[in-house]
Design a protein around this ligand. Structure first.
Ligand SMILES: C[S@@+](CC[C@H](N)C(=O)[O-])C[C@H]1O[C@@H](n2cnc3c(N)ncnc32)[C@H](O)[C@@H]1O
Length: 290
């Protein structure tokens, strides 16, 4: 059985601990991760996955590392159920329908129906196979907004696998600037766009937010989609307002239900108005206009 050992700490302490655990355990092949678990309280979780037989020894090593760092944090333990990874991975590759879009892997091309707008994406290095509630929520919003507004110049900020940019290019036949902070995602998005026959419409750029001349040069956009997280979305509100054409739509996702009000307030403060909220599980997708 696998176990998850985890510690919850402030951002600064978690980052120190994560770096120290990396030095101590990565040479032994342990998987270590750090995640932002509570944005409001600024808490981070550092976790390490270990076989049951090694738990006691690992806990002792972590405890001595904590005392070297001068940190007094409890090491918590969660036992993980044995998972049938083959079944699990096949489940993760099932095609997903969202509005008229069908996101599928190569092995499911025969599932496409005549009226589908199909997007072929293999599970890979970048986020966005369509399975996450945020991606599916964006796809449904995109279908509705494109039908009503016929945008001609679109920005997909935080493109991941390129799934949203590709869906948009295939549906609206318009150019889409697909940006990501992560150069691997940008490369994956470009390759996926070519695979889906829209390599000429989807232009991939590595950029953080709007900090790239290509992103500014193509503004104003008449549709911006950003599926990132609540905190960066709130920080980006003034830039979104500057780069969106007046009267146009903004689709935001990556927002937990409990973060919705704070994100809305940040955008209302920039003269956006709320059009619609779509909920999928714990996540919401917002349609705003300015
Ligand atoms: C949740 S994934 C969304 C991927 C895809 N658009 C989808 O809807 O499935 C978020 C992506 O945004 C990128 N990202 C996060 N913050 C960003 C920022 N400030 N500027 C650009 N990209 C960012 C991440 O690297 C990641 O690939």
């Amino acid at each position: 059985m696998q176990c998850r050992l985890f510690l919850v700490a402030s951002e600064a302490d978690a980052k120190r601990l994560y770096a120290a655990l990396g030095t101590e355990f990565e040479p032994d092949g342990f998987a270590i991760a750090i995640t932002d678990t509570d944005e409001a309280a600024r808490l981070h979780t550092v976790e390490l996955y270990v076989d049951e037989t090694e738990v006691t020894e690992t806990q002792t090593r972590i405890t001595s590392l904590l005392s070297e760092l001068g940190l007094a944090l409890p090491v918590e333990r969660e036992d993980l159920p044995d998972i049938d990874w083959v079944a699990k991975s096949l489940e993760g590759l099932k095609p997903v329908r969202a509005g008229r879009f069908l996101v599928h892997g190569a092995h499911d091309r025969d599932k496409r129906r005549p009226n589908d707008i199909a997007v072929e994406i293999e599970a890979g290095l970048a986020f966005g196979t369509g399975h996450h509630g945020t991606t599916a929520g964006c796809l449904e919003m995109i279908e509705q907004v494109v039908r009503r507004e016929r945008p001609r110049n679109v920005l997909d900020l935080g493109t991941g696998s390129g799934v949203l940019a590709i869906a948009l290019a295939r549906w609206a036949h318009v150019p889409v600037l697909a940006t990501d902070i992560d150069p691997v995602a940008t490369a994956v998005a470009r390759a996926n766009a070519a695979l889906n026959g829209v390599g000429r419409l989807v232009h991939g750029v590595t950029a953080t937010g709007f900090a790239h001349r290509d992103v500014a040069a193509r503004a104003p956009y008449d549709l911006i989609i950003a599926n990132i997280l609540a905190r960066p979305l709130m920080k980006l509100a003034p830039d979104m307002a500057r780069h969106l054409r007046s009267g146009s739509s903004l689709i935001l996702s990556g927002i937990l239900v409990r973060q919705r009000e704070a994100v809305l307030a940040a955008y209302v403060g920039q003269c956006f108005r709320h059009v619609r909220t779509m909920r999928r599980g714990e996540w919401v997708t917002l349609h705003l206009k300015r």
